[in-house]
Design a binder for this molecule. Structure first.
Ligand code: HEM
Length: 409
C-alpha cells in the first residue's frame, strides 16, 4: 500500500474553539478571540485537552529557540493535545519530513537540503518565476477583463516554481498540479484528499527513481547524488513532498491575500504603484501584517518550563499564534496598520530558530515578482465583487482566500 504524507494543513476547526479561528469584521485582523490578557495563556481544546497559546513576540521567539521544546509530535504523540481523535491512525513515521524532527536528526536532513538552495539556482529560478508570472497574467488579459486570481495566478505560480525546483517534466506538470490542488483543497472530501496524496506520493517516488537513473540540473537530482551519506528513496520522496506542502499553499495564499489586502488599502497600493522600489519593504510588511500561518507552528515541552511568567508542565503543547505575535504592540507601533513604508524589523512569519523557513528566499522572490508583475500589467486592478463576498480561509491552518474575483481596465 502507498504511504500518504501526513503533512496535512486542513482541519483547525476540529480542535480549536470557534472564537480562536473565526475572523471578525476585518478579514486581515487576527481572530478577535486570539486577543486577550498576557503573552501566554491556557486554552481548552474541543477534544477536551489543554494547550497554551503564545501571543507575545519575545515569548514566541523564546519557545522557537529553546531545545526544551520539541517539534517531534510523533515521538510526543501521547503528550501533545493537538492530534484530534478523529484523525486516522498514523502509519510509520515519515522518513524525511524533518519539520517534525529535532536535532540532531533534523540538522542532517535540513543541511542536505539547504546545500541545494544555492545562489546560482535561486538566480536561475528568479527568471523562471518572472516568465511563469508574466505568462499567466497575459493569459488572463487575453481571456477578458475579469478573472478569479486564485486558480488563474496564485495557485499555478508556486506550483510551477516547485516543478522547476524538483525538475518535473513538462509533460507531467498538469497531472502534478491537478493532484496537488485536490490533495490540498478544502473543497475535496477527506477520501479524495487521501487518495490524491497517495497519488502524489507515488508520483514523487517515480520522480526520485527517474532522477536516480537520469540526473538533471535540478534540486532533486542534487539531493539524490550529492548527499553523503546518501538518502533513501523514502527520505527523498518525503523531502520532495515536504517542499511541495511547505512551499505551495503558503506562497499561493500569500499571493492571493496580499492582493486582496492591497486592494482594500488603496492609499498603500497607490504608494506602491508610485514607487515600485518599495516592493521589498511591501513584501516584508505584508508577511507581518497577514501572518498566514495562523496556528500551525506548535511545540511540545519536554520538561517543565516557565514561559512569560506561566509554569508549563512537561508535555505541554504550545501553539504560536503568529497573527497576534506579529502584531505585538511592544514591537511595532500601531501594529494593526498596514504600512508599507514601515521600518523593517524581524517578524515571525517564517518562524524562528532551527526550523525557520528554509524556502524564505524563494518565497520572497515569488512574492516580489508575482505582485510586481500583477500591478504593472493590470492597471486599474480592483475587486469584481463586494469585499464581504470574498471567501476567506479561516478554517484552514494557512489563512488566505478561497477565491478572489478581480477585474481591470
Ligand atoms: C518551514 C512559513 C514558503 C519550505 C516554515 C516555517 C514557517 C514557514 C513559519 C516554520 C515551521 C515551524 O517552525 O514549525 C512559510 C511562509 C511561506 C513559506 C509564510 C510563504 C510566504 C516556503 C517555500 C518553501 C518552504 C517557498 C520551499 C520551496 C519550508 C521548509 C520548512 C519550512 C522545507 C521546514 C524547515 C525545517 O523544519 O527546518 N515555513 N514558508 N517554505 N518552510 Fe516555509
Amino acid at each position: 500500500a502507498e504511504k500518504s504524507s501526513s503533512v496535512s494543513t486542513a482541519g483547525m476547526r476540529r480542535i480549536l474553539p470557534a472564537e480562536m479561528v473565526e475572523r471578525g469584521a476585518d478579514p486581515f485582523g487576527p481572530p478577535p478571540g486570539l486577543r486577550g490578557e498576557g503573552p501566554v495563556r491556557p486554552v481548552d481544546l474541543l477534544n477536551g485537552a489543554r494547550a497554551w497559546l503564545v501571543t507575545g513576540f519575545d515569548e514566541a521567539r523564546a519557545v522557537l529557540s529553546d531545545a526544551r521544546f520539541s517539534a517531534d509530535k510523533m515521538r510526543h504523540r501521547d503528550a501533545t493535545s493537538l492530534r484530534p481523535p478523529a484523525e486516522p491512525p498514523q502509519g510509520e513515521r515519515e522518513d524525511g519530513v524533518f519539520v517534525f524532527m529535532d536535532p540532531p536528526e533534523h540538522t542532517r536532513l535540513r543541511r542536505v537540503l539547504t546545500g541545494q538552495f544555492t545562489v546560482r539556482r535561486m538566480r536561475q529560478l528568479e527568471s523562471r518565476v518572472r516568465e511563469i508570472a508574466v505568462e499567466h497574467i497575459e493569459a488572463m488579459r487575453a481571456a477578458g477583463t475579469t478573472a478569479d486570481l486564485v486558480p488563474a495566478f496564485a495557485l499555478p505560480l508556486p506550483s510551477l516554481v516547485i516543478c522547476e525546483l524538483l525538475g518535473v517534466d513538462y509533460a507531467d506538470r498538469a497531472e502534478f498540479q491537478e493532484r496537488t490542488v485536490v490533495g490540498l483543497s478544502a473543497t475535496s472530501t477527506p477520501q479524495e484528499q487521501l487518495a490524491a496524496r497517495g497519488e502524489l506520493y507515488a508520483f514523487m517516488r517515480r520522480l526520485v527513481s527517474a532522477k536516480r537513473s537520469n540526473p538533471a540540473d535540478d534540486l532533486l537530482s542534487g539531493l539524490v547524488h550529492d548527499a553523503d551519506p546518501p538518502l533513501t528513496d523514502a527520505q527523498l520522496t518525503d523531502m520532495a513532498l515536504l517542499l511541495l506542502t511547505a512551499g505551495h499553499e503558503t506562497t499561493a495564499n500569500m499571493l492571493g491575500l496580499s492582493t486582496f489586502a492591497l486592494l482594500q488599502h488603496p492609499e498603500q497600493l497607490a504608494a506602491l504603484r508610485a514607487d515600485p522600489g518599495l516592493i521589498d519593504n511591501a513584501v516584508e510588511e505584508l508577511l507581518r501584517f497577514l501572518s498566514i500561518i495562523q496556528l500551525g507552528v506548535s511545540r511540545v515541552a519536554t520538561e517543565p518550563v516557565t514561559l512569560g511568567g506561566v509554569d508549563l508542565p512537561a508535555g505541554a503543547t504550545v501553539v504560536i499564534a503568529t497573527p497576534e505575535v506579529n502584531r505585538d504592540p511592544r514591537h511595532w507601533p500601531d501594529p494593526d496598520a498596514l504600512d508599507l513604508g514601515r521600518a523593517r524589523t524581524p517578524h515571525l512569519a517564517f518562524g524562528h530558530g532551527v526550523h525557520q523557513c528554509l524556502g524564505q528566499q524563494l518565497a520572497r522572490i515569488e512574492l516580489r515578482i508575482g505582485l510586481g508583475e500583477l500591478l504593472a500589467r493590470l492597471p486599474g486592478l480592483r475587486l469584481a465583487v463586494p469585499a464581504e463576498q470574498v471567501p476567506v480561509r479561516d478554517e484552514m491552518v494557512i489563512f488566505g482566500v478561497h477565491s478572489l474575483p478581480v477585474t481591470w481596465s
